[in-house]
Design a protein around this ligand. Structure first.
Ligand code: CA
Length: 227
């Protein structure tokens, strides 16, 4: 899976440099030069990470971050604040507003890519290409393969994303709507019952290996992956 990054930066040269280096690091990149455009892009296709410039014309990066952290559809998206200021107070302020990390200009594009990967690993492990292994079940996002003791299990694209998400978020209960947001996207209007259909399909495929029991139904709440 390719992680999507939204770059909110008003200086075209800086924005282009960031996007150029992120594409080289195999990220998908969307660009916005102000808060308004950023909001529109967020509604259309939620990214896995946001790179947010502090100083923007109109609404500042800090204000926008604070808003995003109060909206249920965007509160989970990690924000890396870009700042020309390196005073400690500002950094504390950025983190208090909900930013997960900050990076001070000038920065090396390689460092930025490394920071994004570190955050994804922590916050959205399902958006990385790291192999996930739980017991005999092994999922490789790069090759899009799932194996049980080396034997390949064939899954549809949605079932694969669902399993990847559950395996990287084990021991936690996810409601149908959280699963929809994370696997289908926050602004896709489909019935919550769709999740049940895909869970059932996934269990059917895993059943011959006895791995269907990992996916537990939590009555009244949702689903949980537990070994
Ligand atoms: Ca700026």
């Amino acid at each position: 899976m390719i992680a999507k990054v939204l770059v909110v930066e008003d200086e075209p040269a800086v924005r282009e440099l960031i996007c150029f280096s992120l594409k080289n690091a195999e990220f998908e990149c969307n660009e916005a030069s102000n808060a308004e455009t950023a909001q529109q892009l967020l509604n259309k296709s939620p990214p896995n990470v946001i790179i947010m410039d502090w100083m923007l014309p109109g609404k500042s990066g800090i204000e926008l971050t604070r808003e995003l952290k109060t909206q249920s559809t965007t509160s989970d998206i990690p924000v890396i604040m870009l700042t020309a200021r390196d005073e400690e107070d500002d950094v504390v302020h950025a983190l208090e507003c909900g930013a997960e990390d900050y990076i001070t200009k000038p920065f090396s594009p390689r460092e930025l890519a490394t920071r994004i990967k570190a955050i994804l690993r922590r916050v959205s492990p399902h958006a990385t290409d790291d192999v996930v292994e739980i017991g005999k079940l092994r999922l490789n996002p790069a090759s899009r393969r799932v194996k049980w003791k080396g034997e390949e299990i064939h899954l549809g694209a949605t079932e694969f994303r669902l399993l990847h998400f559950l395996m990287t978020h084990r021991d936690r209960v996810y409601s149908r709507s959280r699963l929809l947001d994370n696997i289908w996207g926050a602004n896709v209007y489909i019935y919550e019952r769709t999740v049940d259909v895909y869970i059932r399909r996934l269990r059917q495929v895993l059943e011959p290996y006895g791995a269907d029991k990992f996916i537990q139904t939590v009555r009244g709440s949702g689903y949980r992956f537990e070994k």
